[in-house]
Design a protein around this ligand. Structure first.
Ligand code: PMP
Length: 416
């Protein structure tokens, strides 16, 4: 059990999984950066509202009114967790990818981005009206900030888009510095908060972040709901993200008057349950002792990292030599060993779930010299030292004795 329980107990922590030898063992979920298990309070909230939902914003019936109220209250919960300004817009989307694509359609100029980004915070910007420049980062944060500053002085940018915490190494850029240098050059800042919001208290207003995107399924809620929060003017000047019902003020045979945001970008029947679930997670995270959760994750990450560094033949990946803040994500390589087969061994023989591959961050993996892929273990609420220790012991055994069976990996699953 997590030391920050019971408030933030996760569900599914006692799941048993089959091993290749026919035994079953408790699952060691070290892939929470991909999707985190739902909080128990989120599951309870979903069960509570599932019988109540009906079409929002349209029906006059009682359940429609309840659903509309729940949906709009969910917006407030999400905005409150991240300290949004009173006049910021909170738009429900499907996930971070969706949020950043939406924003890409609203940016009135060129976008500056580093090569460390997840593809979700890289590829959409090439579709922005002014296109995008990708700056190859440097081995320290100080030099990376200098590169951003120099590029902002060289050319005109509407937006700097940067990750809150890397999905590969967990390292966090000092957002206050990025905001300061971008604002000085007249650019706004969009933060990909997919890996940050679940693990750090983000304060949009205090940090001067102009736009923030994150996903429910990484924030201890289920799939299907994400958010984009930020300044209204660009969003209200942009074409509706989707054309359809709910996004308009009026329609005639000749034309359309689009609604202001958030309705402008939320055409179609929305994911009310997803929004309510995300809001329940946000309410729980807002009440959580953030320092205790932070300390819990730091301790697990340090234990994991020192265990991995203690194994001959394992190399831990880092982007910057001078990073000081990291969330609970550790990527590593076992040179000479295929990451897919190592991950399959961990799953098949030890019931450990990790992620392998290029983590949707191909440019960064290539720059770090691991263009063919690596392995990532990640921790959060609900993770325990027993999970970390199992991974370290299993990996040490793999390097000493090799796998006990032979595998091929088909569609990410091991097959003997
Ligand atoms: N950004 C980062 C940093 C991520 O880790 C991820 C998910 N791996 C995404 C964006 C995309 O999130 P989603 O798949 O929920 O859109």
């Amino acid at each position: 059990a997590s030391p920050v329980a019971p408030l933030l107990e996760v569900i599914g922590a006692d799941t048993l999984v089959p091993l290749v030898d026919g035994r079953t063992v408790p699952y060691a979920n070290l892939d929470v950066a991909a999707s985190a298990p739902a909080l128990a309070v989120v599951a309870e909230r979903v069960a509570q509202v599932l019988p109540l939902y009906a079409s929002v914003h349209r029906g006059a019936g009682y359940l429609s009114q309840v659903s509309t109220a729940l949906y709009e209250a969910s917006r407030r919960s999400v905005a409150t967790l991240v300290g949004a300004r009173a006049d910021d817009v909170t738009i429900f989307t499907r996930n971070t990818t969706d949020s950043l694509n939406l924003l890409a359609g609203a940016v009135p100029g060129r976008v500056l981005v580093l090569d460390i980004e997840h593809h979700a915070n890289l590829l959409p910007w090439h579709r922005a009206s002014g296109g995008a420049t990708v700056v190859t980062g440097a081995p320290t944060i100080t030099e990376t900030l200098d590169l951003l500053r120099a590029e902002l002085a060289r050319a005109s940018y509407a937006l700097v888009a940067c990750t809150g915490a890397s999905n590969v190494t967990g390292e966090a850029l000092p957002l206050a510095d990025v905001v300061a240098l971008a604002h000085e050059a007249g650019a706004r800042v969009a933060v990909d908060g997919a890996q940050l919001v679940p693990h750090r208290r983000v304060d949009v207003a205090a940090a001067g972040i102009d736009y923030l995107a994150f996903s429910g399924h990484k924030t201890y809620a289920p799939y299907g709901a994400g958010v984009l929060i930020g300044r209204r003017d660009w969003l209200d000047a942009a074409p509706a993200y989707l054309a359809g019902g709910g996004a308009v003020r009026s329609v005639s045979a000749d034309g359309v008057t689009w609604a202001p945001s958030p309705a402008r970008h939320e055409a179609g029947s929305p994911n009310v349950i997803g929004a309510v679930a995300l809001a329940a997670a946000c309410d729980a995270l807002a009440e959580l002792d953030a320092a205790a959760a932070h300390a819990h994750e730091d301790a697990l990450r340090d234990r994991l990292e020192s265990g991995l560094c203690g194994i001959d033949g394992v190399e831990v990946l880092r982007v910057w030599a001078d990073s000081t803040d990291r969330v609970g994500v550790v990527a590593f390589a076992v040179p000479g060993h295929d990451p897919g087969l190592v991950a399959a061994y961990l799953a098949a023989e030890h019931g450990i779930g990790v992620r392998d591959g290029k983590f949707c961050a191909h440019p960064l993996l290539a720059r770090l010299g691991h263009g063919t892929g690596a392995i990532r273990a990640s921790v959060g609420l609900g993770s325990g030292s027993e999970h970390v220790d199992r991974l370290v012991e299993a990996l040490a055994a793999y390097l000493t004795d090799g796998p006990g069976a032979s595998y091929v990996v088909v569609d990410g699953c091991w097959v003997v």
